[in-house]
Design a protein around this ligand. Structure first.
Ligand SMILES: Nc1ncnc2c1ncn2[C@@H]1O[C@H](COP(=O)(O)OP(=O)(O)O)[C@@H](O)[C@H]1O
Ligand SMILES: [Mg+2]
Length: 240
């Protein structure tokens, strides 16, 4: 569903990604593991059009989306729930969600993908806390609720592929559990996901397959079970 080949990208003159290649098959959850600064967020940004790749290719369901601006990538069916949430604090929860469907309403959308109000109800079913707070300004939500809003907003695109960047960052343990419960539920609904997570343990428990990144390169890949058993992964990322 998502194929990344030889992707290079960076910021100004600084190259961060040195040829990233990975695949996310349809309906699967793939996780990208790595220390702080390895380039995980940069990879997701280069895929979703937040930054421009300088080399390589990104394909979504066989279609070349390399270097397209973010709204065109969204139109093609890829949603990105970015690190640090990036919600609109002065808009209501409801308006934040509706803005998540923005590219479905404009630019002559090539894939309107069914009814937006149905997806709105589905998002609120998935995140009951957001239903209760739908008329509240998003900036007044707790950190955990804002994270849920970022995920729910990405889902409002009814995406073919969902990129999740550290959905549990800064959350209390009980909310981390809730976020992973929701990721499992999305997986059972067949949503294809590329998941970046600080809790490699939890990420490998929900993922089918994983890639390990160091200094802008993929250094290891394998099934989630293989990576959970790998000595190098255990000592570096699983705290054994
Ligand atoms: N907006 C930015 N401008 C300049 N350098 C950045 C920016 N964002 C990240 N970097 C640099 O790119 C490298 C990879 O960062 P990042 O992709 O955020 O890593 P990770 O998500 O794996 O922690 C780091 O060296 C970081 O300092
Ligand atoms: Mg990051």
């Amino acid at each position: 569903m998502l194929e990344i080949e030889g992707l290079e990208a960076g910021y100004g003159p600084v190259r961060v990604l040195h040829g990233i290649s990975l695949k996310v098959p349809k309906g699967r959850v793939v996780t990208l593991i790595g220390a702080n600064g390895a380039g995980k967020s940069t990879t997701l940004r280069a895929v979703s059009g937040m930054i421009q790749p300088t080399a390589g290719q990104v394909r979504l369901a066989g279609k070349n989306i390399t270097g397209l601006p973010a709204h065109r990538v969204a139109q093609a069916g890829l949603a990105h729930s970015p690190e640090g949430r990036r919600i609109f604090p002065n808009q209501s929860v409801r308006d934040n969600l509706i803005l998540g469907a923005y590219t479905r309403l404009t630019f002559g959308h090539s894939r309107p993908r069914g009814d937006i109000s149905g997806d709105f109800e589905r998002a609120l079913d998935l995140f009951p806390r957001l239903r209760e707070r739908q008329y509240q300004l998003a900036g007044t939500l707790s950190g955990g609720e804002q994270q849920m809003l970022a995920m729910a907003r990405a889902l409002m695109l009814n995406p073919d592929v969902l990129l999740l960047d550290e959905p549990s960052l800064g959350l209390a343990p009980v909310l981390v559990e809730e976020v992973f419960h929701i990721i499992r539920r999305l997986k059972s609904e067949g949503i294809t996901m590329l998941l970046v997570e600080q809790f490699a343990h939890a990420a490998l428990a929900v993922a089918d397959y994983g890639f390990v990144m160091e200094n802008g390169r993929i250094v290891l890949e394998g099934s989630a079970t293989e990576l959970q058993r790998d000595e190098q992964v255990k000592s570096a990322y699983l705290g054994h």
